[in-house]
Write a new protein. Sequence first.
Lengths: 264, 333
Amino acid sequence: MLQINKVNKIFNEGTPDEKMALSNIQLQLKKGDFVTIIGSNGAGKSTLMNIVSGKIFPDTGNVQIAGIDTTTMPEHKRAHYIGRVFQDPMAGTAPNMTIEENLAIAYNRTKTRTLRLGTSKKRRDFLCDQLATLHLGLENRLQAKVGLLSGGERQALSLLMATFTEPKILLLDEHTAALDPSRAELVTQLTKEIVEMHNLTTLMVTHNMQQALNLGNRLIMMDKGQIIFESDETEKQNLTVEKLMTEFQRIRGTQFMSDRALLA
Amino acid sequence: MPEAIFGAIEAGMIYAIMALGVYLSFRILDFPDLTVDGSFVTGAATAAILIVNGYHPLIATLAAVAAGFIAGAITGLLHTKGGINPLLAGILMMIALYSINLRIMGKPNLPLLREETVITGINNIWESIGLNGLFGSILNAIGLGDVLPSTWGVLIVMLIVTLCIKFLLDIFLRTEIGLALRATGDNEGMVHSFAANTKNMKVLGLAISNALVALSGALIAQYNGFSDAGMGIGMIVIGLASVIIGEAIFGHKTIVRATLAVIGGAIIYRIIIALAMRVPFLETGDMKLITALIVIIALILPRFINKLQEKQRKRKRLAELQAGNGGENFASN
Ligand SMILES: Nc1ncnc2c1ncn2[C@@H]1O[C@H](COP(=O)(O)OP(=O)(O)O)[C@@H](O)[C@H]1O
Ligand SMILES: [Mg+2]
């Protein structure tokens, strides 16, 4: 479903700030694969997500989604295949528009926009049903401006908006990191349910090792722009946080020093 | 005096179309588009030259709308494809349009005195169905007959036209494209992730905005009986004043409410100017200064009021605390 071939990305090439953000990345996801990604700060996790979404383009290598070469396809076109949730709860929704209007915009992700009303009666019923699956009571607040929602509610809404149109690829970049623990737990639970329900092919970055172990069927660890560790479905079931830490130490010869990773 | 106010309402109704355009760029797209000063005149010039050359005034007016649409689209392209900052893109277009407008008219001022225009057309039709008599007698009955003007045609037709445009704009902003356009001004990154091209949205929004501005310019030229190369100076600030005054007085919770507020704001702005003109020591040339002052006050006042309210809240809280019943309040918070 997703194929990333020999992708390299260097920022600020030829300047003193030159930074090898991704180095020879090779990754394949089958339909329904749910891969969690961990790694220290600056490892290149977000850069990898941005390469897939088309926000940035690789220097070399290529990206294929559902058999289509999307390497040079602009972000808004590629979005036909991709659902995204960002770390910042403010990033995925339009604050001055209503919940219903936001959902209507998401509804059009896979379609060409026309001069039809975005929020017809029939569509409203459909969107309402979708909202009800979140169990947050948002279906009773269709006309509320999204800016009035709490961070957790906004992130749950973002997750719904990214997924109810069943994207070929779902990209989640630390989408629970900005929430307090109970809200993060809620959004994590929703993520699990939604991905399972639609059988979505998913890439999820998290700084929470336990979360990375609990969710998904595969796990990869990144450091300094490289994938340094991969575990497949069977290996992953026997992984623990301790084993991951030891693994990192063995490969890199240093302590896994990210304080955020240790906190997890 | 009532005569002047009546004229202000009439003109305000026409300027309201321009203000709706400014609302679209400034508020919906969050794009401070200065093209307006030029495109207003482009509308006036295009309509005027076509009318002088014998074209039907309605066709001339439609051509003006098209000219404004193109001007706005070019500003949008300068910004999105050319990567020029929004303010500068608008200023460049405004300056370029100044020359283009002179070329369109062939001279700095084009009178439409004895020409058949949309406005004379309205008056003629109005005359022929004899509605003035009806309105006149109603007003006579309530004792206002001799202080108000003899024709209501322009006011009522313009009211209908402006409300129709408002209505169409409201609907457009609820269509699939309209929603994407609004989101572009609200959260551009989000719009990308839902597969809409924000560059196209900006070009489209600016084109529609300037089409409305040009329509307003074309109608004002026909209303005033001339087109003038300088008639657009400060138009963007007038539009902004209308938007801000309208929002402050009538509120802007929903789009439907906000667009109505903008029309109200445009009319109130005209009334303020009409009243200011009657202050003995003020001259016509002072009106731009007054417009700027209105906008400055409207921008500063809300912040000032907020601060004042906050101070009052704090003082009240302090008083409660000193009165001895504040402790529980704090605890419960
Ligand atoms: N747009 C950019 N310009 C320059 N450097 C960047 C840019 N984006 C990321 N980087 C650098 O690339 C490296 C990887 O960043 P990122 O992918 O955001 O890491 P993370 O794994 O924490 O998400 C970092 O050193 C970062 O500073
Ligand atoms: Mg990151």
